[in-house]
Ligand binder design. Structure first.
Ligand code: NAI
Ligand code: MG
Length: 351
């Protein structure tokens, strides 16, 4: 029996409702594979911000540094500006723990029709690899002449050789272990300094992965192709901004944000990695117990995989696919009437 210590941050809104579903799946499937989880729960959230003035304590990172992984539900509340909640909790963890890979797998499942006609079940199976700690989401910049007619804002994108090399290396290695096809999102025709730099480094990294077929595609054309022919993609690597947008686009192509999983990885394992569904706190449905738990459950599979339990992870993914294909049970976002607990139970029947 192995034991893993998980730092659990349910967060806000439906984060509170989908986190128990993930935990239930980890415990049930883990037990069958000799894996035991212990959880330390943290109340870091917008509610905490209102009480104490901070999303998390000043020594927050220290409190979770020794855990094997972090599971986060979602953060955000209409009463707190999004940049405050994001930069007060999520971003410090991603950056402080050098979680430079944001991994977002996308599949079209049988029983969950895509809004896109070309996205047939079983034929769309791709992963967006997003650079997660630099690029366009830099802290360099500022505002000047506030309140005057010449008011201005400057935001610098920051690309480092080390940062681009390691994300490209991760993506090519992943492609090597999948179908061997990689697409690099670029915009070197418009963004004339950082994007040619990105392209050059991706091409350099490609030389040590001769079995991967790859090409660079401009982000605008790539977005169109993802809608017109999503089946031809395997691994897509992009900068922080491009990867962010592409992963929501691909999640929508797959039939909804409610099922999309994500992992923030520190591949070197110097720090714990963080697992979180792609969706946010969904204030419009929070508190009603009807949130779709599939995003959180699939995210739990990514956590299992990262901790070395590939078989258990595959079992969870298989349960999701089988449940969608064979069971009519669904939450309202997928056209059903089940609640979060009922849908979770239905998935576990196929595990
Ligand atoms: P959202 O993902 O929370 O919701 C978008 C829409 O999708 C809503 O209509 C919602 O009801 C629906 N939805 C999302 N997840 C669902 C699920 N599991 N089951 C059923 N329906 C689901 O995005 P939105 O509205 O842009 O953001 C709400 C808050 O969440 C904001 O404060 C935002 O900053 C935050 N947010 C946090 C993220 C995170 O914690 N990683 C990611 C995205 C947004
Ligand atoms: Mg996003």
């Amino acid at each position: 029996m192995v034991t893993h210590r998980i730092a659990l941050i349910p967060g806000d809104g439906i984060g509170q409702e989908v986190t128990p579903a993930a935990r239930h799946v980890l415990d049930t499937v883990g037990a069958r594979h000799g894996v035991h989880f212990t959880y330390d729960e943290f109340d870091w959230s917008c509610a905490r911000y209102h009480e104490t003035g901070a999303m998390m304590p000043a020594d927050g990172l220290e409190q979770i540094r020794q855990h094997d992984a972090i599971f986060l539900g979602a953060v955000g509340d209409p009463s707190v500006p999004d940049h405050v909640s994001l930069w007060g909790l999520l971003i410090p963890i991603r950056r402080g723990f050098r979680q430079y890979v944001n991994l977002r797998p996308v599949k079209v499942f049988e029983g969950l029709p895509s809004p896109v006609r070309t996205a047939l079940p079983g034929q769309v199976d791709l992963v967006v690899v997003r650079e997660n700690v630099e690029g366009e989401y830099g802290e360099v910049g500022g505002r000047l002449h506030r309140g005057f007619p010449e008011e201005m804002a400057v935001q610098e994108a920051v690309f480092t050789r080390a940062g681009v090399t390691r994300i490209a290396e991760y993506a090519f290695t992943l492609a090597d272990n999948r179908r061997g096809v990689l697409t690099s999102a670029t915009k070197s025709n418009g963004i004339v300094h950082t994007m040619p730099f990105w392209d050059e480094i991706v091409a350099e990294v490609a030389t040590s992965h001769p079995d991967v077929t790859w090409r660079a595609e401009h982000i605008d054309a790539l977005a169109a192709k993802l809608v017109l022919d999503p089946t031809r993609f395997d691994v897509i690597v992009g900068s922080n901004l491009f990867g962010d947008i592409l992963s929501d686009l691909t999640a929508a192509v797959a039939g909804g944000i409610g099922i999309a999983p994500a992992a923030n990885l520190n591949p070197e394992r110097e720090f714990p990695s963080m697992f979180e569904p792609v969706h946010g706190s969904a204030p419009d449905i929070a508190g009603r117990g009807i949130a779709n738990p599939l995003g959180a459950i699939w995210t739990a599979a990514l956590l299992l995989d990262h901790l070395g339990h590939a078989e258990a992870a595959a079992e969870v993914e298989h349960a999701i696919a089988a449940c969608l294909a064979k069971s009519p049970v669904r939450t309202p976002d997928l056209g059903g009437t089940a609640n979060t607990v009922e849908f979770t139970k239905a998935v576990l029947e196929f595990a």
